[in-house]
Ligand binder design. Structure first.
Ligand code: HEC
Length: 170
């Protein structure tokens, strides 16, 4: 078995690579942790960014179902769910003109209501059921945008897929 020292010697001889033992990391201080939290906060995606990811997956879901590619539709449904939960974790409660609004409660109601119906339609390979439940979910999404006083974030049935590299036909 090659020992570590032997490997280092070999590397040095063969390639002139000098391998130095890593300096032990200094123990974190309260200050260094605060700085790190600040840094992470400054690079963390905001809720609107997470929402673009919700829209990306919900958009592709439409085209997967139109092509009757049910496994792909199931994939995009799962991703929509996961991204919506992520978006909610970023800012679970938002300030509006009349006080605070609990976004998580709205999202959970949509997930267990219309989005669950979309999933049933996918499982049943039911085109008409899909169109109806997808549209209902979209109105639910829109409802939240109105609740957060951004009614101009109006949603429509997508006109082209968000992803051009995925082949939607099964
Ligand atoms: C529980 C509330 C809620 C639900 C449900 C919701 N949204 Fe949003 N949406 C938001 C918030 C909050 C923003 C970001 C507003 C901001 O930060 O200015 C947003 C923004 C957006 C944006 C604009 C993002 C951008 O920056 O360009 C899109 C697109 C969007 N949502 C699509 C959807 C879709 C599609 C669904 C349903 C699958 C959905 N939303 C469901 C609250 C919600």
């Amino acid at each position: 078995m090659l020992t570590k020292t032997y490997v280092i010697m070999l590397l040095t001889l063969l390639f002139g690579i000098s391998v130095q033992a890593a300096e032990p990391e200094p123990a974190p201080t309260l200050e260094s942790l605060q700085e790190e939290v600040e840094r992470l906060r400054s690079i963390m995606p905001g809720q609107a960014f997470a929402m673009t990811q919700v829209a990306y997956n919900f958009n592709n879901l439409w085209f997967a179902a139109q092509a009757e590619n049910w496994p792909l539709a199931q994939f995009y449904l799962n991703e929509t769910k996961v991204r919506l939960r992520w978006a909610m974790r970023i800012t679970p409660v938002r300030k509006i003109s009349t006080g605070d609004i609990e976004l998580t409660a709205i999202a959970t109601a949509l997930e267990t209501g219309p989005l669950a119906t979309v999933e049933q339609a996918i499982t049943a390979h039911d085109n008409a059921g899909f169109v109806a439940s997808y549209t209902a979910m979209m109105h639910g999404c829109q409802g939240c945008h109105e609740a957060i006083e951004k009614p101009f974030l109006q949603l429509q049935i997508p006109t082209m897929p968000a992803e051009a590299m995925i082949r939607f036909t099964p």
